[in-house]
Ligand binder design. Structure first.
Ligand SMILES: [Zn+2]
Length: 131
């Protein structure tokens, strides 16, 4: 079992990461009011000013903006996924079942938790789970 001090340290690390991820997400996305934990990409360049040049009028698409949008979407998906893992880990801490593998229920080695406090599986099951 993890002792309280270790738990506190890991919790602090998780909260720090959650705040960091939230801040990063806020720069490119906004929380979805209808779906807690879900984020929507900001389309700040879109709307009335979407079509800005003659070329874009002719082709009907704005290449630079959609590239940027796709990049932001990929980044936001990654951040959102990680944020969910971090929040799940914090939930498990509150529920008292933090630090055990979700698949085999064995204890997750402390070194692994220190490297990734949001880990929900031990190393044996990490690869299958993709985390
Ligand atoms: Zn396992």
């Amino acid at each position: 079992m993890l002792n309280q001090q270790t738990l506190d340290e890991l919790k602090t690390a998780l909260i720090k990461e959650r705040d960091l991820l939230t801040k990063e997400l806020e720069t490119i996305a906004a929380p979805d009011p209808n779906l807690p934990g879900d984020w929507d990409i900001k389309h700040s360049e879109w709307g009335e000013n979407q079509i800005t040049s003659k070329e874009e009028l002719e082709t009907g698409e704005s290449v630079n903006e959609s590239d940027e949008d796709m990049k932001n979407k990929a980044l936001s998906d990654r951040l959102e996924l990680r944020l969910k893992e971090v929040n799940n880990a914090l939930k498990r801490m509150d529920g008292g079942n933090y630090g055990t593998c979700e698949i085999c229920q064995k204890e997750i080695p402390l070194e692994r938790l220190k490297a990734n406090p949001a880990a929900s599986t031990d190393i044996e099951h990490a690869e299958k789970n993709g985390i």
